[in-house]
Design a protein around this ligand. Sequence first.
Ligand code: TRH
Length: 386
Amino acid sequence: MLNDQRTTTLAIFCKVVDNFGDIGICWRLARQLHREHAIAVTLWVDDLASFRRIWPSVATDAAVQVVDGVRIMHWPDQDGTFQPGDVADIVIEFFGVDIPPAYIAAMAQCEPRPAWINYEGLTGEEWVEGCHTLPSMHPRLKLTKHFFFPGFTPKTGGLLRERGLLDARDRFQADSAARAAFLAGVGVTADEMMGRVVSLFCYPHAPIAELFAAWRDGATPLTCLVPQGVAREQVSAFLGADPVPGAVATHGGLTVRVIPFLSQDDYDRLLWSCDVNFVRGEDSWVRAQWAGRPFIWHIYPQDENLHHVKLRAFLQKYAENLDSLIEFSLRWNGVEVNAPAAWPALWMSLQAQSPAIVARNVEWQTRMLANGDLVSHLLDFARSLR
Ligand code: TRH
């Protein structure tokens, strides 16, 4: 057992492979561990510039800094000397990154050994239940690491969810002035707020031009809010200008507006404010599930279309009988379907199914809440290893 007399220490090792999901998830995890469980967290991260995009108070030139109570260490390479005293009680390698060899050697000298956890990616596939918490012995050292899988069932680690998140969301969504003030703060006009408002976060290969054309020709005015840097080419083609924050153009029923790339907390508010959210990867996808608004997921692409299997596994769990949502999601992700509908028809049928989608989201949240929150599961599991 961990010694309850002193603060538990925990280290997270994060490499930004691409995009914002790696640091996005690690930062969310780190903050929650510290704020809600009083853990002394050290976050090792190789790319402070990406970090700063989602959390602007992070300095990009500091080897060590403390932000929101979390110690952040810049992790430029695998060098460094470590003693057992440098090793945390719980060591998390994110998505299987290689921890510096000297740190691992120091882990092997600790008594008791640290709880070593490989935090894996979220998927709705069934095999996850069999792999969650499985051990993996180090080939040479007396050390065992364990796999930890987030997931959608009680036999997985559950989903990241901060204490009070849903209350904060409910208060925000019940307060039309708060929504108006937030949207105005990112440049949305009062007229735009009166129509439908959609947020767009997707990879560049999504069929964005087709969807823009459907919205442009639609009967209902729609404003699409795009954080800076997302779908740059397609947005710039629609605008006929550089997609910098504040850039806006209207063609037919569609207004496309570029907003600043937001902090993680403001990004939540964006999801809570919009009628429909287009999200991607892992972390924004989970946040959209907690936002309680219809969402369309653009999955991170993998070789040999492996991601199509993951997409279908999620839709099977989440979207049963929601045919419009399933078809829209498959088409948005480039999956071939029989007798594909045109984008205007797809969008209209998604809108028509919106009440059922919202009702499903409520049921889904009840199920996900019953699974408990990921950070509590992670700590319980780590403590059981010591
Ligand atoms: O950026 P992503 O595409 O990250 C991806 C996925 O995590 C993928 O599974 C992983 O393998 C790959 O990275 C390496 O999408 P994701 O996961 O939604 O992460 C985006 C983060 O950025 C999330 O924490 C929300 C945050 N964000 C903001 O803070 N502000 C914003 O304006 C936006 C659009 C996002």
